[in-house]
Design a protein around this ligand. Structure first.
Ligand code: ADP
Ligand code: MG
Length: 239
């Protein structure tokens, strides 16, 4: 335990919560599919960033998380890597029936959603992992068509996703991971009700919330969305 604490303090990671899994020092000791480790190498991700070292193992043990870490610290991959691992694990099991979404990532802007989806495509290449982007500006019909053809991950803005869900029946019963990226934005600028509405359509998902800065309001909110939340903060003097 003291060794883990020393490691965390060296990495400038602080955690709060019960039985928080230890940080891992490399991608190959995370229990990830071989192909995903290969994609990480190809993308030039030679080792995890500190936030990834702590968030990936916690996420892979199905913990809900509230994470604050500076812009550019690699938060996106910290949620995408466990999502891709989970999706390929589920899809590689003998699978019958329709291919339905397993994870949803909400982000406040179209631009951010595009970035998340881009990274998801790079890291998920060659794996049974398809994504749908649900943002304004592209035809809704096309987004619906893509989802109906079978995707594992939906990345979208709250307003547009609600719009789509009202017009079209999407089976969300298998969504087991719900990510709120830039959560301070998502919960404080009129997005809150929309994010909550989507959350309520899900059945008890693992919730992961990410931001560069966290307000006490967000902390309160996180406890209403999930139980036994792990708090991670990384190199974050603003806290
Ligand atoms: P943020 O924490 O602000 O969401 P991003 O997830 O957008 O940061 O990551 C910032 C940049 O770092 C991206 O260009 C991403 O591709 C890169 N990156 C993420 N993880 C790693 C890694 N383990 N090794 C090298 N580069 C990485
Ligand atoms: Mg980000």
């Amino acid at each position: 335990a003291s060794q883990t604490n020393a490691l965390r303090s060296k990495l400038d990671i602080s955690v709060k919560g019960e039985a928080v899994p230890d940080p891992v020092m490399c991608f190959s000791s995370c229990g990830l599919p071989e192909k995903l480790v290969h994609n990480l190498e190809t993308a030039g991700y030679s080792m995890p960033t500190p936030v990834q070292m702590q968030v990936i193992p916690a996420s892979m043990s199905y913990r809900s998380l509230l994470v604050s870490a500076d812009t550019g610290s690699g938060k996106t991959a910290s949620f995408l890597i466990p999502i891709i691992a989970l999706c390929s694990r589920k899809r590689l099991q003998p699978y019958t029936g329709k291919r339905v979404p397993l994870a949803i990532v909400l982000a406040p802007t179209r631009e951010l959603c595009l970035q998340v989806e881009d990274q998801a495509k790079v890291l998920g290449k060659g794996l049974p992992f398809k994504t749908a982007l649900v943002v304004g500006g592209d035809p809704l019909a096309q987004q619906i068509y893509r989802i109906d053809n079978g995707v594992e991950l939906i990345v979208g803005t709250p307003g547009r996703l609600i719009d789509l869900l009202m017009k079209h029946n999407v089976d969300l019963s298998n969504v087991s991971v719900f990510v709120l990226d830039e959560v301070d934005c998502l919960l404080e600028r009129g997005f809150r009700d929309q994010a909550m509405e989507i959350f309520q359509a899900l059945s008890n998902p693992q919730v992961m919330m990410f931001s560069a800065t966290l307000h006490s309001e967000v902390e309160k909110m996180s406890n209403s969305l999930a139980k036994n939340v792990v708090h991670v903060s990384c190199g974050n003097p603003g806290r």
